[in-house]
Design a protein around this ligand. Structure first.
Ligand code: ZN
Ligand code: ZN
Length: 109
């Protein structure tokens, strides 16, 4: 990686071992900040690292965005809000027993 300040979405995807589509979705939803130059997106290393830091927490446990229960392992929080780009975790209980598919923010009441 010659340019260590900004990365293309392809480079970010390769770096993280995920698909371009996923990175594109994160950028479009605003989850991952990116600079837009015409049709080309560039993600700064600093923003990427910040994003990775902030997305680390749920992987080692977290809080259900629906009922607020705190879980120590991510196993119970495998499901996330069905809204595009929203990563709010939904616990096993809410998902299977209550049939919740959206976080509180995106719930259609
Ligand atoms: Zn829950
Ligand atoms: Zn949501």
């Amino acid at each position: 990686m010659a340019n260590d300040t900004y990365m293309s979405l392809e480079e970010v995807a390769e770096f993280l071992g995920v698909t371009y589509q996923l990175i594109y979705k994160l950028v479009r939803s605003g989850s991952l900040p990116a600079a837009r130059l015409g049709k080309i997106y560039r993600v700064s290393r600093a923003d990427l690292e910040r994003y990775l830091e902030s997305s680390k927490a749920p992987a080692s446990g977290g809080t259900c965005s629906v009922c607020g229960t705190v879980y120590k392992s991510a196993g119970s929080l495998k499901n996330t809000c069905g809204e595009d780009g929203c990563e709010e975790p939904i616990c096993f209980d809410c998902w299977t027993r209550l049939g919740v598919r959206r976080c509180k923010k995106h719930a259609k009441s």
